[in-house]
Write a protein that binds this ligand. Structure first.
Ligand code: URA
Length: 204
């Protein structure tokens, strides 16, 4: 693993990390993941002129559609907007029932998109994969193409990754930590606890 990523992941996972530092680590990790995601986006050659001479570079063929899943996805969004300042943002709200670990919809606000749109789903924790599956089904039913979907995350459990890949083998998943498994309460081991609670300060 990239040393900067490993360093920030250590800070993020440590239970004694205070809220401000947790937020800062989440942002630094999201920036590194966003740079990895960029590698997957199609580009074309671009002819430009420097003040001195003509030369060539690249440009992205599509501005991606960013889809943060509420609420933890909001934590990663600023890093992606730094890279794609003009990207459209579709917001989806899914809440995991803490007893059953089943995800329930409470908000959908998407801009127009089609099968050509490159969609980046932003969701820091892939635990059971329930939230991700609901999101992928929703986007694909509305016309998204799985080949054009990238799932940007921070920590995943093998159970969740397997669920996503079983139904959507074509999507690309970029993640900083590939963890061991899930507790009986469906928390990732070793994970980092409840991401949203630590980021937003709602720990009980
Ligand atoms: N969501 C979290 O915030 N943490 C987990 O461990 C699993 C899901």
């Amino acid at each position: 693993m990239d040393k900067a990523l490993e360093y920030w992941m250590t800070i993020l996972r440590e239970k004694k990390t205070d809220r401000a530092t947790f937020r800062s680590a989440a942002h630094q990790i999201s920036r590194i993941i966003a740079l990895e995601v960029v590698q997957q986006l199609p580009t074309k050659k671009s002819n430009i002129e420097t003040p001195i001479a003509p030369t060539t570079g690249i440009q992205f063929t599509h501005s991606p559609l960013l889809v943060p899943i509420l609420r933890s996805g909001m934590a990663m969004l600023p890093a992606f907007l730094e890279l794609f300042p003009d990207a459209c943002v579709g917001v989806l709200g899914l809440k995991r029932d803490e007893t059953t670990a089943i995800a329930h919809w409470y908000y959908q606000n998407m801009p127009r998109f089609d099968s050509e749109t490159f969609i980046i789903i932003i969701d820091p924790m892939i635990a059971t994969g329930g939230t991700g599956l609901e999101t992928l089904r929703f986007l694909c039913q509305k016309g998204a193409h799985p080949d054009h979907i990238i799932y940007a995350s921070i920590v995943s459990a093998p159970e969740g990754l397997a669920e996503l890949k079983k139904e959507f083998p074509a999507i690309k998943i970029m993640c900083a930590g590939y963890d061991k498994g899930l507790t009986k309460d469906k928390f990732i081991i070793p994970g980092l606890g409840d991401f949203g609670d630590r980021y937003f300060g709602t720990e009980s």
